[in-house]
Design a protein around this ligand. Structure first.
Ligand SMILES: [Zn+2]
Length: 69
C-alpha cells in the first residue's frame, strides 16, 4: 500500500507530486507540484494556469521522468 497522501494541498519533499484543488464560485482553482525526480516546483492559480501547470507536469515531470529509465 502506498502511504496516504496528506490532505494538505501543497506537496512536500516527503510527498512530492502534483496537487490540484478545484475552484469554487468563491475561490479560484489552485495547483502545485514538487517533482521528486528533479526537484522542480511550481504553483498556479486560476483554471487556465492550473491546466498549463498540469500539462507541464505531465510532459516534463512526474511520469515523464520514469520513461527514460
Ligand atoms: Zn522533474
Amino acid at each position: 500500500m502506498p502511504p496516504k497522501l496528506p490532505s494538505d494541498l501543497r506537496p512536500t519533499e516527503d510527498f512530492p507530486g502534483l496537487r490540484v484543488k478545484g475552484g469554487t464560485r468563491y475561490s479560484r482553482s489552485q495547483g502545485d507540484y514538487l517533482c521528486g525526480g528533479c526537484g522542480a516546483e511550481d504553483h498556479a492559480n486560476g483554471d487556465d494556469d492550473v491546466k498549463a501547470l498540469v500539462n507541464d507536469w505531465t510532459a516534463n515531470h512526474g511520469v515523464a521522468h520514469r520513461k527514460g529509465r
